[in-house]
Ligand binder design. Structure first.
Ligand SMILES: C[S@@+](CC[C@H](N)C(=O)[O-])C[C@H]1O[C@@H](n2cnc3c(N)ncnc32)[C@H](O)[C@@H]1O
Length: 252
């Protein structure tokens, strides 16, 4: 019988792997992702200051004690607006330094698996490493189940029917822009809700969609919360939270 590790395939020295670890439940990792977490020389991950790192926490059941790890701690996350000079300067320097550290490991012949929540190419920090390193080193990206996929599954929400269009909107957009985009789509996913929850709720209400909107916090994780957006009265939500508005297209 073929073992799961054989099916998943191994890791090559000097290669960077962007490993999509899915929305939160370790059982939603792909075979390739789970195999690489076990096969690479070094598991690397990003983490917010003082926290264990969500992607690292997701793969905990797969990590062996001997596995070498590298933790890269963000100097800041959502404390200041992403448009501010401070954010751009600090995050830019952080990504530059992190890419240099990864490059040194790759040059030494190590295989490095950089964990990414959900899918690496979907609003992922991994992309900032890919941009800096893919020209000089072999890189393999392993797709993951996106956060939104995990959330609409757990919320039991079929999202797009027939010709429905789907808009994926960052909650960091201005309120007017959110309303405008929401009015021009059938279904919507609003990401990065966190500190934007109050504004997002107002925008959804102005667009006339509040009765259809569902708030999902930490979807597929142990402390998941799912409730109508209309019942969310606080101005802030969790960092891992999104709003889902299903389409109402053709049903046969
Ligand atoms: C920087 S983006 C990363 C997206 C990720 N690469 C993906 O494929 O879903 C972070 C945002 O994703 C959303 N998110 C990701 N996983 C989630 C989950 N399990 N539950 C709720 N929101 C999630 C939240 O809106 C969060 O602010």
């Amino acid at each position: 019988m073929t073992s799961l590790d054989t099916l998943a395939g191994g890791a090559r020295g000097g290669t960077l792997y962007g490993i999509g670890v899915g929305p939160g439940d370790v059982r939603y990792l792909t075979l390739r992702a789970a195999g690489l977490v076990r096969a690479v020389d070094i598991v690397a991950y990003f983490a917010k200051r003082g926290l264990p790192g969500n992607a690292r926490r997701i793969v905990s059941p797969l990590m062996e004690a001997a596995r070498e790890e590298r933790r890269f701690e963000y100097p800041l996350t959502d404390e200041v607006p992403a448009e501010s000079a401070e954010y751009q300067q600090q995050l830019g320097a952080f990504y530059r330094d992190t890419a240099a550290s990864l490059a040194a490991l790759l040059r030494a012949g190590k295989s490095v698996g950089l964990l990414a929540e959900g899918d690496p190419f979907f609003y992922g920090s991994f992309m900032h490493m890919w941009r800096r390193l893919a020209g000089d080193f072999p890189v393999e990206v392993v797709p993951g189940v996106t956060g939104m996929s995990g959330c609409w599954t757990r919320a039991n929400l079929p999202m797009t029917w027939g010709n429905d269009t789907l808009a994926v909107l960052p909650g960091t957009l201005g309120e007017e822009q959110l309303v405008d985009r929401l009015r021009r789509t059938d279904a919507a996913v609003i990401m990065k809700v966190g500190r934007n929850l109050g504004k997002v709720r107002r925008a959804v209400e102005t667009a006339g969609l509040l009765s259809r909107a569902i708030y999902v916090e930490r979807g597929t994780m142990q402390d998941e919360r799912i409730l109508p957006l209309a019942d969310c009265s606080t101005p802030n939500g969790a960092y891992f939270a999104m709003v889902l508005i299903p389409g109402e297209g053709r049903r046969l």
